[in-house]
Design a protein around this ligand. Sequence first.
Ligand code: PEP
Length: 255
Amino acid sequence: MNKAKRQAVIAGNWKMNKTRPEAKALIEELKPLVKDAGCGVVICVPYTNLEAALEATKGSNIKVGAENCHWAKSGAFTGEISADMLAEMGVEYVVIGHSERRQYFGETDQTVNQRVRAALDAGLKVILCVGELLEQREQGITEEICGMQTKVALGGVSKEELSRIIIAYEPVWAIGTGKTATADQADEVNGFIRSVVAKLYGDDAAQALTVQYGGSMNAKNAEELLGKEHVDGGLIGGASLKAEDFSVIVKAASK
Ligand code: PEP
């Protein structure tokens, strides 16, 4: 299998943006712009917008995701949301291990793994984020970091479950900074992540895996990044908040 046979997925990560009326308006603007997409289209939205997003996307090709979930099924975890709660609502995707969770909320490779397994157990699809810090890239340990994050996150995940995982390579220095990895840098690390997955699950599973790039992908640079062999879509922050820009990225992934 090669790139042409893998599903490209463009996923928006809205982060902590948009009230419910704003979310509804953005989705209404987006729907006609992406209705003919030749790739998967996902919007990952704040918990408070999930119900509105599910309602607004009904009957469209836009899938809805959350931005995190807890690893426990239920219990004394004030302020948290379980994977079962998301699945029961009809949410299909969840982002896990985003660098902002790792940076600001104490997320570790181990808790990422726990969350991944809880999400899979609940029947969700996972967008698993991995990526190195700037100083780690400068030390030449990008592959070690991304390889370790990938391996730990996938601990206990079966080959069958892997088919519900997308990995997003997101170099931390490129997120929200306007600094994009070059298309070659993205391709190289995405290809490396695929090779790590091949060692764990075999070539077929690795070749079928969608590996996104994320980090300041926008309407201008998307085509070059998405043209690379190992870049099967994108996880989009800032540009996902503008319907027109997001739809240009979706069109670039549909080629
Ligand atoms: C992200 O939040 O995953 C992301 C890639 O953000 P941005 O596109 O704004 O860099």
